[in-house]
Design a protein around this ligand. Structure first.
Ligand code: ASP
Length: 207
């Protein structure tokens, strides 16, 4: 696995994450180290205006002196959030190798420095020899449940991939947060489930 967090001014952080997977023994790089690694790998830097990010250093400067007021206000907005911008993919090749990838701009109304579920292996993204999964929704909830790891373990335990998707989303609903998942098992069967928000999905098969 490979992941990067807090990386700025690169157009496709997930491509840098893939290089982490391929090139170094670590699983995750963050901040300036991730940016240095991206440069070393030959990725092109873009200007801040060309990228999309919900919370950046400019917002840190805007933080009110009474940060508790900020946290109260934004915690409420965070819990009410209903739109998610994460992009996820799960694929299996003809040899049965399963991969999953997830990339996000994060969420709105987050405290600067917040890390969501997306780059955390087993939370927003997970793949084993048996199944792979990608999640979207409220990161704070997805992290607590370890949604994609749980989903894959359910498949490993004998559940059909669609049932496993439904089960993890049911757990998220019981806990009161929004979540959506896509998944594939080792036979290429696809599953998807989400609890009620707009989540466009696509499935393709190339024989
Ligand atoms: N899961 C992402 C996060 O919490 C948000 C999303 O799915 O769009 O950072």
């Amino acid at each position: 696995a490979g992941a990067v967090i807090r990386i700025k001014n690169f157009a496709h952080p997930i491509s840098v994450a893939r290089k982490v997977l391929e090139e170094i023994p670590h699983l995750m790089l963050s901040g300036k180290g991730a940016e240095l690694f991206a440069r070393l790998m030959g990725f092109r830097e873009i200007s801040p205006n060309e990228q999309y990010a919900n919370t950046d250093d400019r917002e840190i400067e805007k933080l009110p002196e009474d940060y508790r007021e900020f946290v109260r206000k934004y915690s409420k907005l965070l819990a009410e959030q209903r739109t998610f911008s994460t992009v996820g993919a799960v694929a299996i090749d003809s040899k049965g190798h399963i991969v999953a990838g997830t990339s996000t701009g994060g969420i709105a109304h987050a405290f600067p420095g917040r890390v969501g579920d997306t780059p955390i292996i087993g939370a927003g993204t997970f793949a084993s020899r048996s199944a792979g999964a990608s999640a979207t929704g409220l990161g704070e909830g997805i992290l607590r449940v370890s949604v994609t790891r749980k989903l894959v373990e359910l498949v490993e335990g004998g559940q059909a991939v669609q049932e496993a998707c439904d089960r993890v989303v049911e757990i998220c609903s019981e806990r009161g947060f929004q979540c959506g998942v896509i998944a594939l098992d080792a036979e290429g069967n696809a599953g998807l489930s989400h609890n009620g928000f707009f989540m466009p999905t696509m499935y393709s098969r190339f024989d």
